[in-house]
Design a protein around this ligand. Structure first.
Ligand code: URA
Length: 273
């Protein structure tokens, strides 16, 4: 610190102490100590030109170096061979911790699946919507309520069946899953199917058909039995599609009756459906 700066700081302290003393706050400070702070700095130092401020010249290139590129986020999918060895609990933990695709940063909750781990009947949808993301449970929104009615109409309860999706995290704006997202997530679903060992899978909509079966064209495929590793698969329309196109409910009901017939369940005698 320069002597000029020393001088002005000492003056400030002195003035403060004087005021404090005069207001009796520090009335017990001896006069000679106060006087010491009044002592003028030597004349030559007080009048000397202020010390020039040293400005460090930084070449423009240095700023460019400082603005280093941000490291892109990394997505680390669990290797499928590890997933293939997991039991349901380990699978649940792996899904919960998953950072395998960009959806990890958008989700509130992963939506693992719900229902009985020994279910004979499994429903597979596309991916969690906003309500499912909030609750961490599949098919609880408007489309989910319609699915629950469909399950009940088939004379099953939600707790008897297993409900899952192609992807386990909500995509922003409810868009369709990207290929890399579905690919990163599919080993989890395939392992769930292996563990649950359902007798029948009902595939809900085009996205489920595309990613589980590698097929396009839900309108042509619906209502016709397919095979997934020895398990019977019934593709049908997604309940969200039915909300937009209620006239297709009768087609879905036909498809679901084929599944009921497989399980030896008759149509409800009360509703006569
Ligand atoms: N739509 C789906 O495909 N899955 C859900 O869980 C909810 C809505």
């Amino acid at each position: 610190m320069s002597r000029v700066q020393d001088s002005s700081i000492l003056d400030d302290i002195s003035k403060t102490l004087t005021v404090e003393a005069e207001t009796a706050k520090f009335a017990n400070i001896p006069r000679e100590i106060l006087d010491e702070f009044h002592t003028d700095m030597p004349q030559d130092a007080a009048s000397a030109a202020p010390e020039p401020i040293q400005r460090v010249q930084v070449p423009a290139a240095d700023f460019r170096l400082e603005a280093s590129p941000r490291t892109p986020p990394t997505f680390q999918a669990v290797p499928p061979e590890n997933v293939a060895r997991m039991d349901m609990n380990a699978l649940f933990e792996a899904v919960r911790e998953c950072v395998g695709c960009p959806l990890r940063s958008n989700r509130k909750n992963v939506v693992f699946g719900a229902g009985s781990a020994n279910a004979d009947l499994m429903f597979i949808g596309e991916g969690p919507g906003r309500d499912e993301d909030r609750q961490g449970v599949p098919f609880v929104g408007e489309a989910g309520q319609l699915l629950t009615k469909m399950i009940n109409a088939m004379r099953f309860s939600r707790s008897e069946v297993f409900i899952a999706n192609i992807i386990k995290c909500h995509p922003p704006g409810n868009r369709n899953p990207e290929d890399d997202e579905a690919t990163a997530c599919l080993p989890f679903l395939r392992r769930q199917i292996e563990l649950v060992e359902p007798k029948v899978i009902v595939l809900l909509g085009a996205i489920a058909l595309k990613y589980l079966m590698g097929r396009t064209g839900i309108t042509r495929a619906r209502g016709n039995w397919l095979d997934y590793n020895g398990i019977k698969v019934m593709p049908t329309f997604h309940p969200a599609y039915l909300l937009r196109n209620p006239s297709s409910k009768k087609d879905v009901w036909e498809d679901l009756q084929k599944v009921m017939a497989f399980f030896g369940k008759s149509r409800s005698p009360i509703s006569g459906r």
